[in-house]
Design a protein around this ligand. Structure first.
Ligand code: BES
Ligand code: MN
Ligand code: ZN
Length: 498
């Protein structure tokens, strides 16, 4: 929970008073050293930072958090967190998130706002909430805790020290932050859920549960029978090796005053073993995150409804488990995607594009003004952009709109091309298309494959293979495990598409 308060930093009663530090600019030689505490910081704290910069090694570097016993404050402790140059809302979001992330088990914290810009308030609110996340479903209790993979509950309450009575705009900005953070947390929870608990039918149930009590949402679940009747050969082919059959879930939000409509399509492979084209064992566990796209579009449509955005949104969750077995599809199988396109499956590990093809055709048939798909689609995405930057491809305008929305939301998304001359690489000797071509440019080739199924609808494809899952150390507001990357971009995109 988060609240805005008039309380003052020196007198607020809290477990932890959070102060953001910026690196001291070197181009202003004022004789002082150490980082600069930002915002309306009590003089005692300023002096403390100056006098202890040396001994504590305070630099203002991002992701460095110091927690000290508080003196001359009502707070029980003082938390100093670096924000680097602190020159963007995202640097504030990360700094405040890094602070709240470390405060597990505490009841309350209060944040000194770095400045009085509206964007800073929003970023601080989002960062505080995004950092206050832990996943404890499978833990017996905090005594089983191991270092950073904390089993303790997240920080419970955050106050933002506004210094005046909040305006309507300020209150609304914090409410939006709360909705966004809950959406991001919902994605993280789904990604972190073990795949023995989150299989396609369970995911469909989770979608029903997530929409319960949210006004204006309707859920339709297509089970394997309905998929067979509708000719959804991609989902059925990918799912046929699993004892837990595929489902296609459609969640619609259609407010009366909507002028425009957006379809969101998510890859929901609840576990990707590769199938008969089996993946190597190393890191295969990370493939429980192969449903992050579906979780993202689900959380986004729920957030759109909760925010009452004036745009119609339909989320499509393409859910299947990709397993090797006696019933699994084989390399060289030919399947027929919804709408009739035939695909030769040359590699069963290129399964995401098969389930997405079905869902994209269904989504586009409803003639939305824009379709955006989100998928942990290719290892090549990670080769190209690493683990923290997502890729976006698509028709020019749609792609650029996603880049702009991501920039506004503080997420790292970079535009990538769809070179026509790679397309012959997807030729099959027997079917309309093959599901793989040569290795080089694999991310772009996957994008070109999807392009075959969107017709002339403005379309963007987000490949979040790297950023969706953080296998290593936490940073900023990003925990270990599911990250929820993409939700903020999509909600921001919908806000600009009303
Ligand atoms: N789910 C994977 C992509 C992936 C890899 C996501 C690593 C996150 C981390 C996808 O289904 C896959 O296996 N893609 C193959 C495609 C290849 C066979 C053309 C890949 O990228 O290796
Ligand atoms: Mn795969
Ligand atoms: Zn996959």
């Amino acid at each position: 929970m988060i609240s805005l308060t008039q309380a003052q930093p020196a007198t607020v009663a809290t477990d932890a008073l959070v102060v953001v530090l910026a690196r001291r600019p070197t181009d202003v030689p004022d004789g002082r050293t150490g980082p600069v505490p930002l915002g309306d910081v009590p003089d005692d704290v300023v002096r403390l930072v100056e006098s202890s910069a040396d001994v504590l090694g305070l630099t203002g570097d991002p992701d460095v958090v110091h927690r000290l016993p508080a003196t001359r404050l009502r707070a029980r402790s003082l938390v100093l967190v670096g924000a680097g140059a602190a020159d963007t809302p995202e640097s504030v979001r990360r700094a405040v998130g890094a602070a709240t992330r470390t405060l597990t088990g505490l009841a309350s914290a209060a944040v000194v706002l770095p400045d009085d810009e509206p964007a800073t308030l929003a970023a601080a609110a989002e960062g505080a909430l995004l950092g206050a996340y832990t996943y404890t479903r499978y833990r017996q209790g905090p005594e089983k805790d191991t270092a950073q993979r904390s089993g303790r509950p997240p920080l419970a309450e955050v106050q933002l020290l506004l210094g005046h009575r909040p305006t309507k705009t300020e209150t609304r900005s914090v409410q939006r932050a709360q909705v966004l953070a809950e959406a991001v947390h919902a994605v993280r929870d789904l990604v972190n859920t073990a795949p023995n608990d989150l299989y396609p039918a369970a995911f469909a149930e989770a979608a029903r549960a997530a929409t319960k009590g949210v006004k204006g949402l309707k859920v339709t679940v297509m089970d394997p029978k309905a998929l067979a009747a509708g000719g959804f050969g991609g989902l059925l082919g990918v799912g046929q090796g699993s004892a837990r059959p595929p489902h296609l879930v459609k969640v619609t939000y259609s407010p009366a005053r909507a002028k425009r409509s957006v379809a969101l399509v998510g890859k929901g492979i609840t576990f990707d073993s590769g199938g008969i084209s089996l993946k190597p064992p190393a890191d295969m566990d990370e493939m429980k995150s192969d449903m992050a796209g579906a979780a993202t579009v689900l959380a986004t449509v729920v957030a759109a409804a909760r925010l009452g955005l004036p745009v119609a949104v339909t989320a499509w969750l393409a859910l299947a488990e990709n397993m090797p077995s006696g019933t699994a599809q084989r390399p060289s199988d030919v399947l027929t995607v919804h709408g009739g396109t035939t695909v030769e499956v040359l590699n069963t590990d290129a399964e995401g594009r098969l389930v997405l093809a079905d869902a994209l055709v269904a989504a586009v048939a409803e003639e939305p003004d824009l379709v955006v798909d989100v998928a942990t689609l290719t290892g090549a995405q990670i080769v190209a952009l690493g683990r923290r930057v997502a890729a976006v491809m698509g028709t020019d305008d749609a792609r650029d709109d996603v880049v702009a929305a991501a920039a506004a939301a503080g997420e790292s998304v970079w535009p990538m091309p769809l070179p026509e001359d790679l397309k012959p690489g997807l030729k099959s000797t027997v079917a309309d298309l093959a599901n793989v071509g040569e290795r080089w440019g694999g991310m772009l080739l996957a994008g070109l494959f999807l392009a075959e199924f969107v017709g002339t609808t403005p379309w963007a494809h987000l490949d979040i293979a790297g950023p969706a899952y953080n296998a290593k150390d936490p940073y900023g507001y990003t925990p270990v495990g599911g990250t929820g990357m993409g939700v903020r971009t999509l909600v921001t995109l919908l806000e600009s598409h009303g």
